[in-house]
Design a protein around this ligand. Structure first.
Ligand code: NAG
Ligand code: NAG
Ligand code: NAG
Ligand code: NAG
Ligand code: NAG
Ligand code: NAG
Ligand code: NAG
Ligand code: NAG
Ligand code: NAG
Ligand code: NAG
Ligand code: NAG
Ligand code: NAG
Length: 721
């Protein structure tokens, strides 16, 4: 039997030998994505509770000049991040100390030249009583800690690694992900978790689009004053503090720095973008005199006015000092060709200003050079091109002319663009196709980079998520469900090189074991079976609402009382002061909520809540709020008698569905004004409190860790009636 198993795994190793590394041990195969080489030995290392994380005494590293950040994390910060991740993944709390390792310690050693050509390289030597991760930079060592964690969490006790050694380095120097934070706001904690998630996949660039707007219909569209526009930074400077757009949808300097701090500890650069002179409605709403109305619509800056230049320079003066990145993205996307000359002058001027005044490298979208048939700007070639459309710039020409290019192509064999809820192919990236066909030099027939000079100028790649359909169309949890697998695929390609010989099915099933990383972006709640919660309404435990699921998630009752004839059968709630504290946070997709209620509330009243939002109910409607937006369904009848409410929660495109008395009633949806499409919404379930508003009785409350079929829901309804 044993022989057979390892034989099967040998075949598997052959199959996936280009997709990360399969580390075969006596007991089980271990899969590490984005890893170049592994040499196995005999025995294993056990991480003991008394072990320490030791950093070499030269941990400060003052001269990491090739870092893309002004002040990259030192090795101690990387060690602290590792300690935090070990707590999250292995429930071990290790001390971080500076000095010389003792047996059983994890040693992070700065200074060793792992690979002459890559600063991000590292080596790792695992013996039965020591682990040494070394590299030239703390960034390289950070990547070593990712491999370490990914190997470790695949052991049964989550604390064991096989003896062996690793030499590892990335193929591409820019490995990124782009997020349109401007048309959909993402809170600080989510971006921090995303920084950790991206670091987990050894990506190093998080491109944040910080201003943008809904589309205007035409040059004289009078709705420009009220159309949605986002600008995400809120300064104290009274001259520019009003620039932050969207109610509470911005970051203060301290908040933005707290995002950069987590990014930095994960060897990740936040690449900030202010997009102008197009996509600029947020600037024009703040300062109407710089708009182009009525020649062009007011999302375009008027480049005939010197005050436009002055204002945008003052914006950069204010915010450039906030950023860690040595590169600033100045947008320069999609200005009308009727104003090509003005556009070129503007882009040149701002790019030069970023370079000369702020000492930062400018980066632009490909339109920046679109109107120049010579495909060159007057500014020096240090400018980097984010390439997204072959009709905007020709990758062959720009690289021939010495520009550096990043492949974020909305085209080629597989597009790197996602516009959630746009319908059809743009909704997500087919990550199986992507793994097989995406590669930084590949832009599509006639545009692929071939000569050495062209190849030398391709820095790497990213994929992008754009919210053309605005924030309420897509929650951040839906966003993550769309992005997750593609993150794994691009990481594999950018770290290990082209993956077109990998079997994608094997790859994606393998990475399932490590996809979550140290953060809980899928909002999982651990459960012994697929019944997550099953409260018992017999009133036998006073103020304790007993959970019969086997998980012992007993909850605490206050201000609600047991009612029933001979023995209690329901818990009665009377408004805000009646509450059951469940304290489980928020449950993510692929779950089912089932409740039996007698509803007295005639106005929407909170029945479930958490930090994420609330479910509200009345006799005539139910709503769920996620991401500060409320999605409602009218019952179109008045629920005066006992009602069974079930909600199944699945990611887009299936979405969340409402069942009443065991029968499907409706989908939770959102109407997108721009496209006049109604799209399904996948909504997550708040599980910290029951009550806090609701008036009426609850006599059943269950949560399942999967989607129940309509027959099962009908069955539950029969069971409780
Ligand atoms: C070092 O890294 C480069 C890519 O950056 C790679 O081509 C080369 O093979 C590596 N060399 C060694 C000795 O690992
Ligand atoms: C421009 O768009 C607005 C808003 O949709 C519309 O009311 C107006 O008629 C349009 N004007 C022209 C000239 O098309
Ligand atoms: C800027 O001036 C030029 C030349 O007069 C004109 O063609 C163009 O339409 C003007 N642009 C705007 C936005 O007013
Ligand atoms: C393009 O290059 C040619 C030849 O060097 C030059 O004469 C012309 O002015 C350039 N055009 C632009 C728009 O820079
Ligand atoms: C740009 O590239 C295309 C395709 O390689 C080539 O035909 C064209 O001459 C180039 N244009 C310039 C200005 O170099
Ligand atoms: C590029 O940047 C370097 C400094 O990093 C500078 O010395 C050089 O002049 C710039 N221009 C070109 C064309 O390399
Ligand atoms: C894989 O990519 C390489 C380099 O781009 C290419 O030469 C080769 O034809 C591709 N193979 C397949 C099976 O697509
Ligand atoms: C829930 O608990 C009740 C007992 O209170 C039990 O009869 C029922 O089978 C349980 N349901 C599930 C799905 O565990
Ligand atoms: C939900 O279940 C589907 C089908 O089993 C699976 O493909 C998907 O990855 C799951 N989603 C989440 C967020 O767990
Ligand atoms: C919701 O709004 C509050 C305050 O208005 C804000 O602090 C929070 O970050 C927002 N949450 C989301 C998910 O947008
Ligand atoms: C309630 O009525 C409205 C208006 O007719 C309809 O759009 C909606 O679908 C109905 N809701 C349900 C749950 O049937
Ligand atoms: C509800 O959503 C499903 C997709 O899960 C879709 O097939 C169905 O048409 C939707 N029903 C309505 C009434 O929108």
């Amino acid at each position: 039997m044993k022989f057979l198993t390892s034989y099967v795994w040998l075949l598997a190793i052959l199959q996936v030998s280009f997709a990360g590394q399969v580390i075969s041990t006596n007991t089980q195969p271990i899969v590490v994505p984005s890893l170049k080489s592994w040499t196995g030995g005999k025995g294993e290392f056990l991480l003991k509770s008394g072990a320490r994380i030791v950093v070499s005494s030269n941990y400060k590293q003052e001269n990491d000049k090739n870092s893309r950040m002004e002040n990259p994390a030192d090795l101690k910060q990387v060690a602290n991040m590792l300690a935090e991740d070990i707590v999250a993944l292995s429930s071990l709390s290790l001390k971080v100390v500076i000095g010389i390792p003792a047996p059983d310690d994890l040693y992070l050693q700065l200074g060793h030249q792992a690979n002459q050509t890559s600063d991000e390289a590292y080596t790792m030597k695992i013996s039965s009583n020591s682990i040494v991760v070394s590299g030239k930079t703390s960034r390289g060592i950070y990547y070593g800690t990712r491999s370490l964690l990914q190997i470790m969490i695949q052991s049964k006790n989550k604390r064991t690694l096989p003896v062996g050694s690793i030499e590892d380095w990335p193929t591409y120097q820019i490995r990124g992900f782009f997020l349109d934070d401007a048309r959909k706001f993402f809170p600080v904690s989510f971006l921090q978790d995303y920084a950790r998630f991206m670091g987990w996949f050894k990506l190093n660039t998080f491109h944040l689009h910080l201003n943008d707007n809904d589309f205007l219909a035409n040059a004289t569209d009078p709705t420009w004053k009220t159309k949605y526009a986002g600008f995400r930074l809120k300064t104290n400077n009274p001259k520019l503090s009003g620039l932050a757009r969207g109610e509470n949808e911005w970051y203060t300097k301290e908040q933005f720095q707290s995002i950069q701090k987590v990014a930095k500890a994960n060897a990740l650069t936040i690449l900030p973008e202010f997009d102008s002179p197009a996509h600029s409605l947020a600037f024009v709403q703040f300062k109407p005199e710089i708009g182009s109305y009525p020649v062009l619509d007011n999302s375009y800056l008027n480049l005939n006015k010197s005050e436009t230049y002055d204002f945008m320079m003052s914006v950069w003066d204010e915010f450039a000092p906030w950023f860690d990145s040595k590169t600033l993205h100045i947008g320069a996307d999609e200005y009308p060709s009727s104003q090509a000359a003005q556009f070129r002058d503007y882009v040149d001027t701002i790019a030069r200003y970023i370079w000369e005044k702020h000492g930062k490298k400018p980066q632009v979208w490909g339109t920046g050079i679109e109107f120049d048939k010579n495909q060159t700007l007057s500014i020096d070639t240090n400018i980097t091109i984010s390439h997204w459309a072959n009709w905007e710039d020709n990758p062959k020409n720009v690289t021939n002319n010495g520009y550096k290019i990043i492949n974020v192509n909305d085209g080629g064999p597989v597009s790197s663009y996602i516009v959630p809820k746009s319908g059809g192919g743009g909704d997500k990236i087919d990550s199986v196709q992507y793994l097989a066909q995406y590669s930084p030099p590949i832009f599509g027939t006639g545009y692929n980079l071939e000569s050495q000079k062209q190849l030398d100028n391709v820095l790497g790649g990213m994929f992008a998520v754009w919210f053309d359909n605005l924030g309420p169309s897509t929650t951040r949890w839906e966003t993550h469900s769309i992005v997750g697998d593609t993150m794994a695929a691009i990481s594999e390609i950018l770290w290990n090189g082209s993956q077109n010989t990998t079997d994608p099915k094997v790859f994606f099933s393998n990475v399932q074991t490590v996809t979550q990383g140290p953060v809980n972006l899928k909002l999982e709640i651990s459960s012994k079976s697929d019944t997550l919660l099953n409260f018992t309404f017999d009133g036998a435990h006073g103020n304790v609402l007993k959970d019969a699921s086997g998980n012992r998630y007993d909850a605490k009752i206050s201000g609600a009382k047991w009612v029933g004839k001979h023995f209690a059968q329901a818990l009665e709630f009377s408004g805000k002061s009646s509450v059951v504290k469940v304290d489980l946070g928020t449950k993510g997709f692929n779950s089912t909520l089932f409740m039996t209620l007698d509803i007295s509330s005639t106005h929407p009243s909170t029945i479930l809540s958490s930090d994420e939002g609330a479910i509200k109910i009345s006799q005539s409607e139910i709503s769920i709020s996620n991401d500060n937006y409320t999605y409602s369904i009218q019952f179109n009848t008045t629920l005066v008698k006992k009602a069974d409410i079930a909600i199944t929660s699945a990611a887009y495109p299936v979405g969340s569905k409402l069942y009443l008395d065991g029968k499907y009633l409706a989908n939770f949806t959102y109407f997108i004004p721009r496209t006049s499409r109604t799209v399904s919404m996948g909504l997550v379930t708040p599980l910290d409190y029951i009550g806090k508003g609701f008036s009426g009785r609850i006599s059943a409350f269950q949560v399942y860790d999967r989607i129940l079929s309509s027959d099962e829901i009908a069955g539950l309804s029969k069971e409780v009636s």
